[in-house]
Design a protein around this ligand. Structure first.
Ligand code: PMV
Length: 309
């Protein structure tokens, strides 16, 4: 008998970076992009077949024996569940681009934790699972706000403020996004560290920008919940302008935002940590393909559509 588990990707709609400094942010799951695991109990020990990495990892019983990120994640999960590695083979796949600002790391960890819970008969509440995935995120991403793990574990749109219980939000009116990948891997901790340095060096300039992003997120929440899709576009584009001021955009991200707007998008911004990774454009359903084609021509390596509902 095989066991299955999965976890979705996520998109930050508004508020990345400012969220690290205590301001709110809004993120939604992307259920069509997922990390998935199939587990076959039995065999000599615990083996992880990471299909996308082309790796087959035997998990040593002793947590000090490897510094491979996936092995570290598995050990952290087993330690929290308070169980030894079960005898099983876990086959792990993900359709979420790595280091693209779509939460691939948190999704893989969540999926592995769910599989190991099934294999060992141990369970965690959603809130305890969320805390565990946050702890794992801190190993790799320094000082994350916790938004990625929250939206991925709960698989619900969230209005998130660091250190506060997450609030799920309802989407008043579904809306369509075109998501474009720069193809440039964007490790989260570098731009997050740069914003922290910038804030420490010039608080009088940076604090008002972070505050303005927070204000914008509060307005975006009202628009999302009331179904005022028309109001969301300008808020997105304004959010991108603030992110540029925080130095976390890039030439290609700016070019993609401009291309999307010129092709009729209602608004556009980078999403996630920036410098690379993905950008999002809010589109009218009938205008999605024009925006997609403009983004491809402007240099996106991969473009997909998703409906937030
Ligand atoms: O992991 P990413 O690339 O989606 O970035 C997360 C968003 C940040 O606000 C930049 C960092 C954080 O921990 O919230």
């Amino acid at each position: 008998m095989s066991l299955n588990a999965s976890a979705p990707a996520k998109i930050i709609l508004f508020g990345e970076h400012a969220v690290v400094h205590g301001h709110p942010a809004i993120a939604v799951p992307v259920s069509t992009l997922r990390a998935t695991a199939t587990a076959q109990p039995g065999g000599d020990g615990l083996v992880i077949e990471a299909v996308d990495l082309g790796e087959r990892l035997s998990i040593p019983p002793d947590s000090d024996k490897s510094d491979h990120p996936l092995v570290m994640v598995v050990h952290k999960i087993l330690q929290t569940l308070d169980v030894p590695p079960p005898a099983a083979t876990i086959t792990l796949r993900s359709t979420i681009p790595i280091a693209g600002g779509l939460g691939s790391g948190a999704a893989v960890s969540t999926c592995l934790a769910r599989t190991l819970m099934q294999l060992t008969g141990k369970s965690l509440t959603l809130s305890a699972l969320n805390a565990l995935i946050f702890e794992i995120e801190t190993i790799f991403a320094g000082t994350p706000s916790g938004i990625d793990n929250t939206v991925i574990v709960y698989e619900q749109p969230v209005y998130f403020v660091r250190g506060k219980p997450p609030k799920t939000i309802t989407i008043g009116q579904p809306f369509k996004l075109v998501v474009a990948d720069t193809g440039i891997a964007a490790p989260t901790h570098i731009p997050v560290g740069d914003v922290r340095t910038l804030r420490a060096a010039d608080p009088q300039r940076i604090e008002p920008i972070l505050q303005a992003i927070g204000d914008l997120v509060r307005r975006a929440r009202v628009a999302v919940e009331s179904g005022d899709v028309a109001a969301l576009g300008p808020l997105m584009t304004q959010n991108h302008a603030y992110l540029r001021e925080l130095t976390v955009s890039s030439l290609l991200l700016d070019q993609l935002v401009d291309a999307a707007l010129a092709a009729g998008a209602l608004g556009a911004k980078l999403s996630g940590a920036g410098r690379g990774g993905n950008m999002i454009a809010l589109v009218r359903p009938e205008g999605a393909y024009a925006v997609e084609s403009a983004l491809s021509s402007a240099g996106a390596v991969h473009v997909f559509h998703t409906t937030v509902r």
